[in-house]
Ligand binder design. Structure first.
Ligand SMILES: Nc1nc2c(ncn2[C@@H]2O[C@H](COP(=O)(O)OP(=O)(O)OP(=O)(O)O)[C@@H](O)[C@H]2O)c(=O)[nH]1
Length: 227
């Protein structure tokens, strides 16, 4: 019997879905559809992050590990233009890597998550970036996200550590919470803006810097720590 996230027998839903073929994902159908992929270790909160963005809800309770790959669509408005995001939620578990690798090359943007309460998930970010450089498009937009920022009492990775790592790799960084929704929408909007800017870049358009945009828009805390 396989185990989900090393924490008990595989739940029925996972067992059933494991028998299903990997879903066929649509290729981009035009300039207004963007393919975004969520990556990171198992348990960092990728599925919850996507559900929070899509439905404004948080799935608490039993953790059901994603099998292979899943996706959701959401339309956002960026500078007055409707953009359809097709967001692929990948399984963080090692045993599904060969499945998810196959999809990297189609993604225009990658949200790479770690869990601020889990040091291993942060330490593994370098390995994830190595995989990204091996399998993804060279000009893919990458954003580093330190998720579960609501769990301040269990924090083991300081915000500065996330910022330093992101700076080293030249990618924007945000701390997020799939539970409270902190910075969740901002992460997707920043990516959509960056991709739209790249696609429509013209000489008279003021230059858009995703890192400056994220810095100016982000919420530093999910709650009331400075009140
Ligand atoms: N407090 C808190 N818990 C979270 C947050 N995000 C996810 N969780 C919890 O973390 C656990 C794992 O979340 P998932 O979204 O299933 O993790 P995942 O990264 O999709 O895992 P895999 O599918 O195995 O790759 C669940 O029990 C969630 O309820 C968050 O922002 N804050």
């Amino acid at each position: 019997v396989a185990h989900a996230h090393g924490a008990g027998p595989v739940l029925l839903r996972e067992a059933v879905r494991a028998l299903e073929p990997t879903p066929r994902l649509c290729a981009p159908s035009g300039n207004n559809q963007l393919l975004v992929m969520l990556l990171g270790d198992s348990g960092v909160g990728k599925t919850c992050f996507l559900i929070q963005f899509k439905d404004g809800a948080f799935l608490s309770g039993t953790f059901i590990a994603t099998v292979g790959i899943d996706f959701r669509n959401k339309v956002v408005t960026v500078d007055g233009m409707r953009v359809k995001l097709q967001i692929w939620d990948t399984a963080g578990q090692e045993r599904f890597r060969s499945v998810t690798h196959a999809y990297y090359r189609d993604a225009q943007a990658l949200l790479l998550l770690y869990d601020i309460t889990n040091k291993a998930s942060f330490d593994n970010i370098r390995a994830w970036l190595t995989e990204i450089h091996e399998y993804a498009q060279r000009d893919v937009v990458i954003m580093l996200l330190g998720n579960k920022a609501d769990m301040s009492s269990e924090r083991v990775i300081r915000s500065e550590d996330g910022e330093t790592l992101a700076r080293e790799y030249g990618v924007p960084f945000l701390e997020t919470s799939a539970k409270t929704g902190m910075n969740v929408e901002l992460a997707f909007l920043a990516i959509a803006k960056e991709l739209k800017y790249r696609a429509g870049q013209s000489a008279d358009e003021p230059s858009f810097q995703i890192r400056d945009y994220v810095e100016s828009q982000k919420k530093r805390s999910s709650c009331c720590s400075f009140v």
